[in-house]
Design a protein around this ligand. Structure first.
Ligand SMILES: Cc1cc2nc3c(=O)[nH]c(=O)nc-3n(C[C@H](O)[C@H](O)[C@H](O)COP(=O)(O)OP(=O)(O)OC[C@H]3O[C@@H](n4cnc5c(N)ncnc54)[C@H](O)[C@@H]3O)c2cc1C
Length: 477
């Protein structure tokens, strides 16, 4: 008798889920999702600077988004007479307890980058070993399977373009795993009652916000986080509205739901697989049209893969002040960071002009500068509008993220990790590798060979010429 425990992580979907497909071949399956305790605590970096004002790593908006993805999965499983056990705490302890209670013989799960995620998996592996329970780990978080990379991870190119060229030339994207149709439930656990909903489970710890509290009517992000809404959105974006035809021209927009794909939230919780998007783009290219825009969406998914593999390669180094840059970053005395940003946008310490390069990496621990930035009260309305949008909606465009990160880390010269940690709490689409990788990249301690400094005023003139975006969010202050 094979009794399987399916440990869902950032793979909250039935489609293209190899771990789930394998688990469903057992005689019985117990689906489980665990909210790690640390997610409800502030990032120590933010606690250090903001004290009791520091938000939990998973802030209220992201809690709501996560909850909507879980509710969706729960509904899908319920329709197959299968429950989802939702718990919060330490994965190894909770999984071993469930294994004992249900006579589990095999545990199935998906591998993820991120040091905490890797530690969770290692702890589960160790605990299961001592119980002689088999652990099966599958890969489905990225477009390319890690085993198909045309280089060992440790010699992966650190710069995006050589990375992309190599994988485009030498690697293949695997087919999606066929969708599971048969779900062998434990007869004694159908888990179809509300005790297993996240809001019920956490009610003694935190009050999860409802949609009315966190979903802002001006949000650029489509509302909910689950697989069903992801698949509907993909159908609409690619097939019904065919927005993919003009993705490359519109992707730098700032207002509305249509300017870019908005797939990121669903990808982050795993309600949508990158390979599923890829398959639909390829079908669209075969059946409708193939142009720069259709390619560019896949190109952006390669950026996502790049950061996932980069994090696997460098692990904890990506969270240090110096990141993975060639030069060690220095901690500067507090004081002149804000002044530098106020007086002359984009001129770095080396004195070179903006939108060029900078070659000295120093950061301040300037709490005032951080507070002004997160409250949307800096001297740049473009930065402010983006920070207000983030706080009110849990989303910010890619253009906005680049400008805010460059302004905070390179113009105000504030410890870039404070900004990354603030994004971690607030972005509904928070993804450890994409967030910390991009922050390091823009802050000059990652892998941008040109190491540009954004001139936020010039960027605002280019991308928000009439000021509509700035007014839209500054009005909310
Ligand atoms: C400082 C900073 C922090 C970021 N933090 C995150 C994060 O936590 N989570 C996240 O998913 N993205 C992050 N990004 C990348 C990017 O901004 C978002 O993926 C994008 O804005 C999401 O909107 P979209 O789905 O409409 O993107 P689209 O333009 O439609 O792109 C399609 C998909 O490609 C991927 N993608 C696009 N650009 C990037 C990129 N630069 N890096 C990695 N993947 C990319 C995303 O999965 C995205 O959903 C960050 C970028 C910066 C500069």
């Amino acid at each position: 008798m094979k009794n399987a425990l399916m440990w869902f992580r950032k793979d909250l979907r039935l489609h293209d889920n190899p771990a789930l497909a394998a688990a469903c071949k057992a005689d019985h399956i117990l689906p489980v999702w665990i909210l790690p305790q640390r997610e409800l605590e502030p990032n120590p970096l933010l606690r250090g600077v903001l004290g009791s004002d520091a938000p939990p790593k998973m802030g209220p908006g992201r809690q709501w988004y996560q909850q909507s993805a879980l509710n969706d999965l729960q509904d899908s499983l319920r329709s197959k007479r299968l429950g989802l056990v939702v718990q919060h705490g330490h994965p190894a302890a909770l999984i071993t307890a469930l294994c004992e209670a249900y006579g589990i013989t095999d545990v199935y799960t998906t591998e993820l980058p991120g040091t905490e995620e890797i530690d969770d998996l290692d702890a589960v592996e160790q605990a299961l070993e001592s119980m002689q329970i088999r652990l099966h780990v599958y890969e489905s978080h990225t477009l390319y399977h890690p085993e198909d990379l045309p280089f060992p991870l440790e010699s992966m190119p650190d710069v995006f373009t050589p990375f992309r060229k190599k994988i485009e030339k030498y690697a293949e994207i695997r087919d999606e795993t066929p969708i599971v149709t048969s779900f062998p439930a434990f007869p004694e656990f159908t888990g179809t009652d509300d005790r297993f909903r996240l809001d019920h489970l956490l009610k003694d710890h935190i009050e999860l916000p409802g949609a009315g509290q966190v979903y802002h009517y001006k949000s650029a992000m489509p509302a909910e986080g689950g697989e069903q809404s992801a698949l509907k959105h993909l159908q609409r974006y690619i097939w019904d509205d065919q927005r993919i035809r003009t993705y490359k021209e519109t992707r730098n927009g700032l207002i509305g739901k249509e300017y870019s794909s908005k797939f990121s939230g669903w990808l982050a919780v795993g309600a949508l697989s990158a390979r599923h998007i890829y398959r639909h783009v390829k079908l669209f290219e075969q059946q409708v049209t193939s142009n720069d825009s259709t390619y560019w969406l896949i190109f952006e998914l390669l950026w996502r893969d790049f950061f996932q593999f980069l994090m696997l390669k460098y692990e904890g180094q990506l969270f240090t002040l110096s990141g993975i840059g060639n030069e060690p970053a220095v901690l500067l005395p507090a004081g002149d960071g804000l002044a530098a940003a106020d007086n002359d946008f984009g001129v770095g310490r080396s004195g070179r002009q903006s939108d060029q390069t900078r070659d000295v990496f120093g950061f301040h621990r300037d709490a005032d500068a951080l507070r002004q930035c997160i409250q949307g009260r800096t001297s740049s309305d473009f930065v402010n509008a983006n920070m207000v949008e983030l706080k009110m909606t849990g989303f910010m465009s890619n253009r906005g993220r680049q400008n805010v990160a460059s302004w905070l880390a390179k113009s105000a010269m504030v410890d870039w990790r404070w900004g990354a940690a603030w994004f971690e709490s607030h972005l509904h689409d928070y993804d450890v590798a994409s967030n910390w990788g991009n922050w390091a990249y823009v802050s000059g301690v990652g892998t941008d060979p040109r190491n540009r400094v954004f001139n936020v005023e010039r960027q605002a003139e280019t991308y928000d010429a009439k000021g509509a975006y700035r007014r839209r969010w500054m009005d909310e202050l």
